[in-house]
Design a protein around this ligand. Structure first.
Ligand code: 97T
Length: 243
């Protein structure tokens, strides 16, 4: 997978070279290009934003600069086009399902907006030549898209074959079965007077699986009940419903 990120703060993306992501780059599972948007400005101040039409607070990122940047990073005449991802608080929710969908893409380009966002015509024009996803990582406001890109790239890259040490981890993620993961425990057996639940030390794999499922259902019901409503028909068996 090829990943390109366009930003006015390239150093913000340095974590893409660290740890799990850094190893994926070393092993050539992914290639990462980070591009400074100001490369495509033509004034001495390297201006990337301007006042919004119609008035209002803040500044809007200029379409001409973004247009040249996208033309350079993903040339219109090229044989292949990427999926363009634009993080924005006004986007559709980024989910584990979307991470799985993007993990099958050969090329992702992330456009990091700042200020009040990017002139809408940039997305409208790009949408005529490549798939564009405007996505949000949550119902809160950041200063820019860089943090959102780090989160999304990590969630996508960890799904690629050969990136995680134990592929089973990705199969047992929270949300993999539509539920939140239940609680986890490790040594010591008793910590500050709190024991590990007996069932987890019983060696009874059926009972352990049942206990874990029940805890996942309970946690989901308490914290994200809407996920239970979104489960496909038949996802909960009789024992689940008794939990
Ligand atoms: O708040 C933002 C500002 C710029 C780019 C993205 C965001 C955002 C907020 C939540 N998800 O994305």
């Amino acid at each position: 997978m090829r990943i390109d990120v366009i930003t006015i703060f390239p150093d913000y993306l340095n974590p893409l070279r660290e740890a799990l992501l850094g190893k994926a780059v070393e092993r050539e599972r992914i290639s990462v290009g980070v591009h400074d948007l100001r490369t495509w400005t033509h004034d001495v101040h390297k201006t990337v934003d301007d006042s919004p039409y119609g008035g209002g607070p803040g500044m809007v990122m200029k379409p001409d600069v973004w247009g040249e940047a996208l033309d350079a990073v993903c040339p219109p005449a090229a044989e292949t086009s990427p999926r363009l991802v634009v993080p924005t608080p006004a986007g559709r929710p980024f989910t584990q399902d979307l991470a799985h969908e993007w993990s099958r893409e050969p090329w992702l380009v992330f456009a990091c907006g700042r200020y009040e966002g990017i002139d809408q015509r940039v997305v409208d024009e790009a949408s005529e030549r490549m798939p564009v996803d405007e996505v949000s990582i949550g119902d809160y406001v950041l200063v820019g898209g860089e943090v959102a890109v780090l989160a999304m790239v990590e969630s996508v890259v960890r799904l690629l074959p050969g990136v995680l040490g134990n592929p089973a981890s990705a199969q047992q993620d929270s949300f993999s079965d539509g539920l939140l993961e239940g609680p986890s425990y490790t040594r010591p057996e008793v910590w500050r007077g709190r024991p590990v639940p007996d069932v987890l030390r019983s060696g009874n794999h059926g009972a352990i699986a049942r206990w874990r499922r029940d805890k996942a259902l309970e946690r989901t019901w308490r914290r994200r009940p809407e996920l239970l409503d979104a489960l496909p028909e038949g996802a909960l068996d009789r024992k689940d419903r008794e939990a």
